[in-house]
Design a protein around this ligand. Structure first.
Ligand code: ZN
Length: 273
């Protein structure tokens, strides 16, 4: 039997998510071939059974999948053991890379970034290398560890040879189709009001601070604060809720607790440098 597991990364109403997610999978995958969809004992976890391995492999290859407007982590399953016991720890997602200069926009840097900051690089959108004037970001398909805060980007130091001054360029990652992101712990799949880690913090200190690192700007289509003061003030308002505040210290923009980021800045290919 050819099977896959799918975990919808949401904590929203399970019954609705189950019904809509299953319906959408049936609709989206109907053109691939016959698929049987069963809910499991774990909420928002589905077992997909296909009539042959070819269909399964096509669906696996065509990741990422978003069901009911919710990112869905797909995992291989060979039928041994219960579906509920399979660890679903990663998901595929398209990431946009914002902030690179024109002479840094090349395939080598896409590969370097994809393999340095994520679990793995699955594909490159080579069309995003073409300069169009309005779409000035690169797109890579990567695997993200959903147990950890999402990588937010990195600081890219470079030396201005004419002045001898070292500058620091901020490179931002943005995640496509990202809906549920926790502004406290930076993980995908829940929102901050239901964050277990935040509630533990509030028990200890009565106030928990929302992150300045994990904000709506990680969602594709939302401008970054350092490029848009309007979005910055909007983000601050989101945090103004009793007992939950957005951390103001600018030094936390690239928080030390951020994980999944290599200690050394990777090497970037610059054909002119
Ligand atoms: Zn959280």
């Amino acid at each position: 039997m050819s099977m896959l597991l799918g975990k919808m990364l949401t904590e929203s109403k399970v019954a609705v998510a189950k019904a809509k997610g299953a319906g959408e999978a049936r609709y989206a995958w109907g053109c691939y071939g016959e698929v049987n969809i069963q809910p499991t004992e774990t909420r928002n976890l589905f077992l997909f059974t296909f009539s042959n391995a070819e269909i399964r492999d096509k669906i696996w290859r065509d990741r990422p999948w978003s069901l009911s407007n919710t990112l869905t982590a797909i995992e291989r399953y060979n039928g041994r053991g219960k579906p509920e016991d399979v660890a679903i720890e990663k998901m595929a997602t398209w990431v946009q890379i914002h902030g690179l200069h024109q002479n840094q926009r090349n395939e080598e840097n896409m590969v370097t970034i994809g393999s340095s900051y994520f679990l793995g690089l699955l594909d490159l959108d080579r069309a995003s290398l073409e300069y169009t004037g309005y779409r000035r970001f690169l797109r890579i398909l990567v695997e993200v560890d959903i147990r950890e805060p999402v990588p937010t980007g990195f600081d890219f130091p470079f030396l201005d040879e004419s002045s001898g001054v070292e500058h620091c360029e901020v490179i931002d990652f943005k995640y496509e189709r990202l809906v549920e992101l926790c502004y406290f712990c930076g993980r995908i799949g829940h929102n901050w009001p239901t964050c277990r880690r935040m509630n533990e913090e509030r028990k200890k200190n009565s106030v928990a601070y929302l992150s300045e690192v994990y904000t709506a700007t990680l969602k594709a289509g939302v401008d970054s604060p350092h490029r848009s003061s309007a979005s910055q003030s909007r983000n601050r308002e989101e945090g103004c809720i009793e007992g939950v505040k957005r951390l103001e210290a600018a030094g936390r923009r690239r928080g030390v607790e951020q994980q999944g980021e290599p200690k050394n800045t990777p090497w970037f290919h610059n054909p002119e440098g």
